[in-house]
Design a protein around this ligand. Structure first.
Ligand SMILES: [Zn+2]
Length: 433
């Protein structure tokens, strides 16, 4: 039974670009029931929270994260490309159920303490043990298994197309609809997936009415690999295979031809950029993509690429966009704060298949929200809260988190996971290396 929550007298970001002062928020049965200047609490039964030192806003959504790379933190900065084949893959082949559980526990803790209420896992191994952790954490997530059938892969992770699909099916059968979790299908790197696997993953996602994700157009060499194999650019190839649609998420999508942009728009494909990770590869044409109403989200790409703070990613993204596109075109407001939060929150909700149910503090929406302690010298006072959220707020300013009407963090104490025990395990693992 969920406890009702009434947050009193708080500043709210209702949705990107819309701020309201002195508001009360009533949460009942996991949903936002009412937002108003004053809600009568005479007969209210539940927790009453004083929000006068906070700004409450919809939780951030990480549209692309890898649970299995959490223990790689600090180990790949300045490494030569392609990091994926030289570093990531060898590391992931050495994972075990126990290591993956620890990895997921640290990832969940980092997301909660950074204000990320929702995430899309983009393919890792041992996902069954990670899924149990995420179910306990209370986070809202879409999970998938790493899916590849390249026969030259190391023996620990080598599998046929059928085995790869079977692994994702098992995750789906066990965890789709459990806690706040759903399960997607994924194609890890297109170059490591056969036509057979691409079609099978696509058919399975369609028949189960769920989403299909893939790493797309991330490196010039990867794009060239698809051209050599098929005579077509990656999105052209997938269009011909009939796997594109509103249920398809193309992560990265940096190196796109004009024709591929048309294809993405035509099929209502969703995309996602990972600013820190992408900054070592290239700059996406995000202003143009957004102008064409292509829903682009923001992801961290896992802790190996600068951690799981979306606050960091949004600051980096703004700098890259302004330096590359804004300066060239003499448009200083090419990527304003509202637009970036729209990507992280509103487009993130679409990528999490929660359009119309997540991303606003408004009656009828799911109660996934975070509270920021604004009573700090680096935040207060602010002449424009939308700008201050982008420029000055950091992960550790988030003190409260509610997901589906349940408190996940209060006064920075994580309530669903044992932070002390997990950090002890992490230190023990690191000392054992
Ligand atoms: Zn990735």
């Amino acid at each position: 039974m969920l406890e009702n929550i009434l947050i009193k007298n708080t500043l709210i970001l209702i949705q990107p670009g819309e701020i309201a002062e002195n508001q009360d928020i009533l949460i009942e049965n996991g949903y936002i029931k009412k937002v108003d200047y004053h809600i009568n609490d005479e007969n209210f039964k539940g927790s009453i929270i004083d929000g006068s030192n906070n700004l409450f806003m919809p939780g951030l959504i990480d549209s692309h994260v890898h649970t299995g790379q959490q223990l790689l933190r600090g180990r790949i900065l300045d490494a030569k490309p392609i990091i994926w084949t030289r570093v990531m893959l060898p590391f992931e082949t050495q994972l075990t159920d126990a290591k993956m559980k620890l990895s997921a526990e640290i990832a969940a803790l980092e997301m909660i303490t950074s204000g990320t209420t929702g995430f899309v896992e983009s393919g890792s191994y041992h996902m069954m043990s990670a899924a149990s952790v995420y179910a306990q954490s209370g986070l809202r997530g879409a999970l998938s298994s790493s899916t590849m059938d390249d026969p030259t892969l190391p023996k620990e992770i080598k599998m046929s197309a059928n085995e790869a699909i079977q692994q994702n099916n098992e995750l789906y059968d066990n965890f789709n609809g459990t806690s706040n979790l759903k399960v997607y299908y994924s194609l890890r790197a297109l170059n490591a997936c056969s036509d057979e696997l691409i079609l099978k993953a696509s058919d399975m996602a369609k028949s189960r009415n769920t989403f299909l994700e893939a790493h797309m157009n991330e490196y010039p060499a990867e794009v060239q690999g698809i051209i050599d194999r098929t005579g077509q650019h990656p999105y052209e190839f997938l269009e011909k295979m009939d796997v594109l649609g509103p249920h398809f998420i193309g992560a990265h999508s940096i190196f796109l031809t004009a024709h591929e942009k048309e294809i993405i728009q035509k099929h209502h494909v969703k995309i996602c950029h990972c600013p820190f990770s992408n900054a070592g590869k290239g700059v996406p044409d995000t202003p143009e993509l957004l102008d064409h109403h292509i829903p682009a989200g923001i992801g961290t790409d896992g802790a190996a690429h600068g951690g799981l703070s979306l606050w960091n990613e949004m600051k980096i993204f703004r700098s890259v966009m302004n330096l590359h596109h804004g300066v060239q075109k003499h448009i200083p407001n090419i990527m304003p704060s509202k637009r970036i939060f729209d990507m992280t929150i509103s487009n993130g909700a679409q990528i999490l298949n929660e359009e119309g149910t997540l991303g606003k503090i408004q009656a009828g929406y799911k109660a996934d929200l975070i509270g920021i302690d604004i009573n700090q010298p680096h935040l207060y006072p602010s002449g424009n809260w939308q700008n201050t959220l982008l420029e000055s707020v950091n992960a550790n300013d988030v003190t409260e988190m509610i997901i589906g009407g349940k408190f996940i963090m209060r006064n920075r104490e994580v309530l669903t996971l044992d932070q002390e025990r997990i950090m002890y395990e992490a230190r023990k693992w690191n000392d054992s290396l």
